[in-house]
Design a protein around this ligand. Sequence first.
Ligand SMILES: *Cc1c(COP(=O)(O)O)cnc(C)c1O
Length: 388
Amino acid sequence: MTDPAGLSTRCIHAGELDDAHGSPHTPLYTSTTFKFASTADLLDVVDGRKPGSLYTRYGLNPTIFSLETKLAALEGAEAAWAFCSGMAAETALFLTHGRKGIVCIGDAYGGTMELLAAQLPELGIPTHLLLGSELHGLEAALKTGASLVFFETPTNPTLEVLDIAKISAIAHEHGALVAVDNTFASPVNQNPLALGADFVIHSATKYLGGHSDLTAGALMGSKQLLGAVWNWRKNLGTTISPEIASLLMRSIRTLTVRVERQNATAQIVAETMARHPRVARVYYPGLPDFPGHAVARKQMRGFGGMLTLELKGGYEDAVKTTDQLKLFAIAPSLGGVESLATMPVTTTHHGVAPEERARRGIGDTMIRLSIGLEDAADLIADLEQALA
Ligand SMILES: *Cc1c(COP(=O)(O)O)cnc(C)c1O
């Protein structure tokens, strides 16, 4: 029963609750608890016989419910849970469906890597970390009984593109579930559930929020699979707050116009930088000679607002260039209206040993760019003056 309306229409109208006063969008209900006419009415909600609001940490709050209906609609999912961060969404998913083992393919967000490499193994959860080029090892890892395959695509910061349909088919053959972190692509450019994945995760802090002013996360999937996650979110206490839910809904209403513009600007910046004499290589799925381009064309509608430049010269030259940027802010994170630049060796991959960085193809002269909504000409001029 997915919503047949186009994505922009869903961004604006899906899940919006009409209230008694004719508000065109869902009001913000800050209440932590909700009252009932009788004990029988209360028990109907507590026992799940009737939908209703009850207690905000449970997610049983009209504003959160409204956001979750919208989030599900964005990914064509039956259900969605909203969390206080992207990491909270991942943690609840891993603790619910990953306990027999998790296979991670390719690079992943720093916090995700810490969970998978250190913290979950401390709890006795086996994890297998494969490079994107080690897909041949997936079956062996699954034969150990791993219950969940997790990956990002495109990845951070090399924009590696992994084949969602192909990986999902292999995982399902071995009875494992598949979760895709769709943060970089956003629902505008890619819908992993339609390609065979079982779960989609978003750090809503990035494109869904879109203004670098809120922290939130989302998990989408079937009602049945998400049902099992509910108690973990409830008792970890990592539900989104109604205030942030309301702000996030406001942001999502403009998601398609923002991301379509970011796609277009990133493509121009990538093409221009690919011709620059000081740039050794541009990592962007929208460039026809990029290794992931063919798979990206197959599974993405747009190529996203993230790209990485690899400069000629050494680390110090790249630092100098980064420090010369005036319009791009030197900051981690991504997906906002303002353009950001970050060197992965100084932020996302700072704690990773040099040999491991080399193995993962993370260069010392890489500058990752998150393209915002400024004019393309101004962004290019800023890059050109910094490179000069
Ligand atoms: C930022 C990010 C996360 C973590 O999200 P938070 O909202 O900061 O917890 C997870 N995955 C990706 C790809 C991210 O960029």
